[in-house]
Design a protein around this ligand. Structure first.
Ligand code: CA
Length: 588
């Protein structure tokens, strides 16, 4: 460090301006800046790839805990957050809408914010939170009562607190907010309650709404407080009034592709699950029953919320195959700009990044039963007999024909993010091999009540494993290797230029695998199941790795035969931070 920098640093400290704010440049360059992590996905591309190679295949065995931090309280349950790192502070969110600021050097708490949640919140699938967003001098996160809160990142004081939607109707929010050019962009949760999926953009400074975009056809968007345009064409793909409670929750949030200036949001299942009520079972009168834009990926103009393109992974959806899974931007081996996404429905899709057009799809799980493949237009080739039957055709009108469908409604892959390695050109996809008995029942919409019209029993497809981490070539769909795990995988994956693939298991093990062979190189028992998302960064010449441990999420909420694999697992709530000490970085 030269004298000039020392002098400037001293001057900044003397005037109390020691902390820099998070800028759009910080966000844009997050993937390459190894000193900080200011975005969900470790970069806007969502690759969860770190260019750090200090930690590598030879020395990862020397990775040791630096500190652990307990989320405390009587309330535990699933901890699905991704830590953010900025200026010596780690920010994590916790179950029950909590947010913590932690000193990265010591593991000491700096401040904690607990959202005051009202009685009667309606989270469908555990009281989790998947992370916060940093911008300017603020940190933003969503709460289980469907609000978005902005806090002063230094003090934890509330700057503003806005309602995304009415929690009494079944809305909630758990995804990391997205920051794009001064906007805070959020989705919504509640697809099992007949809500309407929407994307909202707010002024990051004030929290004022700039635009809204409902994702189900027939609903009107808004721009600066006035109606803008209708989403899709009324009744083109939805019969009658069902679009009014059509689902399509945007519950996993979205991403931003700077190269095409496009927001990308996924949309959940159309509501209700019983597809025969939505014309999706037997298309009639020219109405396809595709139920746009549920179970889709949408490209959205960040300026005004207009839809630029859509790609529907599961038209005529009838198995709860939400289309929300993350869309990762990458440049392929031939230099082509593409998106990849591994859908709940069991297929791994590659799309053109310019227009969202379908390029390719391959199965990433075994035993897909509902479709025999994907045609050249990206449309499923249905096995019609594998659609759960219409209860209206049953003798008693109460329960339609039961079918065994695979993957299960929890998906070939659920929310847990995959990673892409720029080193190997492979995707590392956390998947699950399971199916379900599923049937349909009559249902009518009632505000704030579950709106499924379906019943199900989830089942493992194999005795020795459900979880399956696969290395997938996005040029061919080929699986390079598979790592099997007894319990279903429910946490995120991270890759590094050091050739490592990090992920955690419900059994509590935080693992590093060889990116080329899948061989296990390192493992650490964290004391509770891992459903969080790993990160890595560099500080004072040392490489750090963090993961939040704390078993929960959707898996333990459902019974069936899967319960046997997880009902012995203990809850928890700890941040584990590891580092490779300098003196061991050289060692082999
Ligand atoms: Ca769903």
């Amino acid at each position: 460090m030269n004298r000039f920098i020392l002098a400037v640093t001293a001057a900044l400290c003397a005037t109390g301006v020691a902390r820099a704010e998070v800028t759009q440049d910080d966000i844009t360059n997050d993937q390459t800046n190894t000193a900080q992590i200011v975005t969900n996905g470790m970069g806007q591309q969502l690759q969860r790839f770190s260019p750090l190679d200090t930690l590598n295949k030879d020395n990862v065995k020397n990775l040791v805990p630096a500190w652990a931090f307990s989320l405390g309280g009587e309330k535990q349950r699933g901890q699905e957050t991704q830590p953010l790192i900025h200026e010596g502070i780690m920010y994590i969110t916790g179950s029950y809408s909590r947010l913590y600021a932690i000193d990265v050097n010591t593991g000491n708490e700096l401040w904690q914010f607990d959202a005051r949640l009202p009685e009667g919140i309606l989270p469908c699938c555990d009281v989790i939170n998947r992370g916060a967003a940093l911008y300017g001098d603020k940190i933003y996160f969503g709460t289980l009562d469907a609000r978005i809160v902005a806090l002063n990142a230094k003090t934890g004081d509330v700057v503003w607190n806005k309602k995304i939607a009415e929690y009494k109707e079944g809305y909630s929010y758990t995804a990391a907010p997205l920051i794009v050019n001064g906007l805070v962009v959020t989705g919504n949760s509640g697809g099992e309650f007949g809500i309407v999926g929407e994307v909202q953009a707010r002024d990051a400074e004030t929290g004022d709404l700039v635009w809204t975009r409902p994702v189900i056809e027939g609903h009107m968007g808004t721009y600066k407080g006035e109606e803008s345009t209708m989403t899709g064409t009324l009744n083109a793909t939805w019969p009658g009034d069902l679009w009014k409670t059509g689902g399509g929750a945007t519950w996993l949030g979205g991403s931003y592709d700077a190269e095409t200036d496009t927001l990308v949001f996924g949309t959940g299942n159309p509501a209700p699950w019983n597809s025969h009520l939505r014309n999706a079972g037997t298309p009639v009168d020219g109405n396809t029953g595709d139920n746009l834009y549920a179970a889709s990926r949408l490209g959205i103009n960040p300026e005004n919320g207009e839809i630029k393109w859509h790609f529907q992974t599961t038209p005529r959806e009838g198995w709860d195959y939400d289309g929300v899974n993350e869309v990762v931007a990458f440049t392929d081996a031939e230099g082509k700009k593409k998106f990849a996404t591994a859908d709940r429905n069991g297929f791994f899709y590659v799309l053109n990044r310019e227009d969202g057009k379908f390029l390719n799809a391959w199965p990433f799980v075994k035993d897909i039963s509902w479709a025999s493949g994907i045609d050249e237009n990206g449309r499923p080739i249905y096995n019609e007999e594998n659609r759960p039957g219409d209860p209206a055709k049953a003798a008693d009108g109460a329960k339609g024909e039961v079918v065994f469908s695979s993957p299960s409604f929890l998906g070939g892959k659920n929310w847990m993010p995959m990673a892409y390695s720029q080193k190997t050109g492979l995707f590392y996809v956390p998947s699950n091999e399971w199916g379900m008995d599923i049937w349909n029942e009559p249902i009518s919409y009632k505000k704030g009540a579950a709106y499924l019209g379906s019943g199900f029993t989830i089942k493992p497809n194999y005795e020795d494993h459900i979880g399956s981490l696969k290395a997938i070539d996005p040029m061919t769909g080929e699986w390079k290797w598979e790592y099997k795990n007894d319990a279903p995988l429910w946490g995120g994956v991270m890759t590094t230029a050091g050739g490592l693939v990090f992920f955690g298991t419900p059994e509590g093990e935080f693992k590093a695998l060889d990116d080329e062979t899948g061989e296990e190189l390192w493992s650490f028992q964290t004391g509770s199941g891992i459903v969080g998302q790993p990160v890595t960064w560099e500080q004072d010449g040392e490489q750090y790795v963090s993961i939040v441990s704390g078993w929960g999420g959707a898996v333990p909420l459902w019974g069936g035969e899967v319960a046997k694999k997880v009902n012995y697992l203990n809850q928890g709530g700890l941040v584990w931070t590891f580092k490779l000490p300098k003196q061991l970085a050289m060692a082999n």
